[in-house]
Design a protein around this ligand. Sequence first.
Ligand SMILES: NC(=O)c1ccc[n+]([C@@H]2O[C@H](COP(=O)([O-])OP(=O)(O)OC[C@H]3O[C@@H](n4cnc5c(N)ncnc54)[C@H](OP(=O)(O)O)[C@@H]3O)[C@@H](O)[C@H]2O)c1
Length: 348
Amino acid sequence: MNKVVLVTGSNSGIGLALCERLLSQDPEGLQLCLACRNMRRAEAARSALLTSHPTAQVSLLQMDTSSISSVISAAQEVRLRFQRLDYLYLNAGIMPNPQFDVKAFFKGLFSSNVITMFATGEGILTQKDGVTPDGLQEVFTTNLFGHFLLVRELEPVLCHEGRTSQLIWTSSSNAHRSAFNLEDVQHRGGTQPYSSSKYASDLLSLALNTHYNKQGLYSSVICPGFVMTNLTYGILPSFPAFLWTLLMPIFWLIRMFTNTFTLTPYNGAEALFWLFQQKPESLDPYAKYHSLTSGLGHNYTQPRKMDIDLETSESLYEKLLHLESDVRKKLQTEAPHAPIHPAESESS
Ligand SMILES: NC(=O)c1ccc[n+]([C@@H]2O[C@H](COP(=O)([O-])OP(=O)(O)OC[C@H]3O[C@@H](n4cnc5c(N)ncnc54)[C@H](OP(=O)(O)O)[C@@H]3O)[C@@H](O)[C@H]2O)c1
């Protein structure tokens, strides 16, 4: 039976490169579903994939992970279309209005932290977050909470006795414990919502393993490395394209010292692709799987222990469940006849 794979944020960058790699490996053995917020971009991505793999099964799903109602109706659509979901790649992500802290950069350049700074962006990136129409922080909702809700909504197709399914989060090396606060999981009061949301996804993945492994559902996180995509170009939006091109040889040089400079979406998708081929039971729930590229351009995946603990992951999980319950109650008030949980709609 064909494996069903859903990838969020798959119309560009690492998500699209993953789809291309999956289809190159097995063009006819997959049912690939591209979940994107913009259908014009999604259609262009589908056409590109079908150009290289004309017989592939590629469908589209409209979903904006920053919108509660969009996630819920997209999940409903998935439950109607597919009886089971084997792989759910939680890849959509934003880093809005990034500010490059030049002072912190030059300070870091002459410190012992210089390699870490280049490899993870630690300390040099801040963002201005927004608030969604649902009243939630935009980065938190897009990168984490929308995906959490999606997983909860898709339980009926993800959890089946006698077989396993995988959740695979595109996290980042920029996920730092110092940016995350359990008392402010949405990061309303900070300037590093991106780092906070990615650290939260590391924690959440651990909690999901705790709560869902018995039902055959496994969760892992990856870091794609530093990849040139719309997201990275957005860090310096006023930087002309030719300057990025001029910087490329320097980036290739940096790769001699840090294998995290994967640079191309194809290389960045390495760990996502590698996880597709693993038995989920064999994976380490405390590891982040890194896409790495050697100085000579060889791609490989390496697990590295995450700076996370079970207690904090459980506390975050509880908070997300509370928030989920709040948003569902709010939805019920606005649309009293809507089912409160997927299990309800399935039984009615
Ligand atoms: N590039 C890097 O160096 C790097 C490093 C570490 C982690 N990451 C992570 O990698 C993932 C993919 O990013 P990328 O680098 O490939 O950048 P990208 O090309 O900008 O891809 C991001 C994808 O997410 C989608 N997206 C954004 N907001 C969304 C929303 N509200 N609902 C649904 N889809 C949404 C985008 O759709 P639109 O085209 O409509 O905007 C796009 O398809 C992200 O989670 C990012 O945080 C990237």
